[in-house]
Design a protein around this ligand. Structure first.
Ligand code: PLP
Length: 409
């Protein structure tokens, strides 16, 4: 099967490898296969290519190159941030405080559960509001219940009271959080601040200093880069220990021979994202807005889950559309679209695989009769208006057919 025969509307799950990224990677998958730790000429070329990619990734988020740790994926970055800091702050008589929320990706959610179970952290989770935002006010309430008082030095220099982990944008409903607001809370209460930015990195402007984050996770395959390469931004001076030991690569925090081609591809994807972001956003917003308004206007008993358009258009990931259709099974809808050569999902790829109901939709209070009818269509710069129109027509046909087959009225 050729993916090119398909309309691909599942860009939150993964993106196509950008041809320029592939070109940048090719030398390191073919003639230059040197281990970057070597001392010969080709090894030094590989080392330089890694350094260049580190600078490209750092530039995209206003960081310094030595604050970028390459990992194997976003999941690993989340695990390193959370395990690494929890273990670094471990003491036998006091558990490290942690505040997160109920709609994190499993890479954060399940990691925090494991840390809690192992006795490393004392965990509080806040709920989203009805649009799917985790507000600074809700986070502050949870932090306050753990430590009661603000730090006198609100400079955020001493961050040993605990850790906050709140995602930059939600993968199922596209809500972009006020990360800078939460960063201020973290600084005021002496908490470290980690954000999972896997969905927003390369798609919306992120600046680690403006946001006040100490750690930020990202993954190349969500922005036209290859799979199998992620990064953790780690602010200088953050107290953390490695979760993998070995040869001491990546400042001793992520041992293992570097994935040179993957790192180079990630760097190039970052460079391209920096150049293209504003034009791409404008274009993708146009597609998104048309898709959402046509679906809501033409298919009755349908809701857009997460931030509403047009009012909250900037608080929703640019290409992210998520719906819930009354009286329809989202999984049947995805099959119906697949038969029509359209790639879509019910929500997160991982929960779809496990066939579990969505924790996120439950948390934002989606009505019971819409709850199972979720459909996520996520667009990219590679999509067109014609594809939007063909997809809306296909969704309409599938929903009508499913309601006729299974509806009770
Ligand atoms: N965090 C979020 C918000 C995600 O959407 C994903 C992947 O979908 C991940 C983490 C995991 O990233 P990776 O697939 O690189 O492990």
């Amino acid at each position: 099967m050729e993916m090119t025969d398909y309309i691909y509307f599942d860009n939150a799950a993964t993106t196509a490898l950008d041809p320029l990224v592939k070109d940048a990677m090719t030398p390191f998958m073919t003639f230059n296969y040197a281990n970057a730790s070597g001392t010969y000429h080709d090894a030094s070329l590989a080392r330089s290519a890694i350094n260049k990619a580190r600078a490209q990734a750092a530039a995209l988020i206003g960081a310094e190159p030595d604050e970028i740790i390459f990992t194997s994926c976003g999941t690993e970055s989340d695990n390193l941030a959370l395990y690494g800091t929890a273990m670094a702050h471990f003491s036998r008589d006091k558990r490290f405080n942690a505040v997160s929320d109920t709609i994190e990706h499993p890479a954060v959610y399940n990691t925090l559960d494991a840390l809690k179970k192992a006795g490393f952290i004392k965990l509080a989770r806040v709920s989203p509001d009805k649009d799917g935002f985790i507000t600074p006010g809700a986070v502050e309430e949870a932090v306050h219940s753990q430590v009661k008082t603000k730090r006198d030095d609100a400079s955020g220099q001493t961050k040993d009271n605990g850790i906050i982990s709140v995602m930059s944008a939600n993968n199922e409903i596209g809500a972009i959080n006020d990360i800078a607001g939460i960063g201020s809370v973290a600084a005021e209460y002496g908490y470290l601040f980690h954000t999972d930015a896997v969905q927003s990195f390369g798609h919306v402007l992120l600046d680690v200093d403006v946001m006040g984050v100490d750690m930020l996770s990202a993954s190349a395959h969500k922005l036209g880069g290859p799979k199998g390469i992620g990064l953790l931004y780690l602010r200088r001076g953050t107290k953390i220990v490695p979760t993998m030991y070995g040869g001491g690569q990546e400042h001793g925090l992520r041992s293992g021979t570097e994935n040179v081609a993957g790192i180079v591809g990630f760097g190039e994807a970052c460079r391209l994202a920096g150049i293209r972001m504003s034009a791409d956003t404008r274009y993708i917003h146009e597609l998104r807005d048309r898709l959402v308004s046509r679906i809501l206007n033409e298919i009755p008993d349908t809701i857009l889950t997460g931030p509403q358009l047009p009012d909250m258009g900037d608080k929703r990931l640019p290409g992210h559309c998520s719906f819930a259709f009354k009286g329809v099974q989202g999984s049947s809808l995805v099959i119906g679209l697949d038969i029509r050569n359209i790639c879509a999902s019910t929500g997160a790829a991982c929960s779809a695989a496990a066939n579990r109901p969505s924790r996120v939709l439950k948390e934002i209070g989606v009505a019971a009769d819409h709850f199972n009818g979720s459909l996520r269509l996520t667009l990219s710069r590679n999509n067109t208006i014609e594809e939007v129109d063909r997809t809306v027509d296909a969704v309409k046909a599938c929903v009508t057919q499913l309601r006729e087959m299974f509806g009770d009225d």
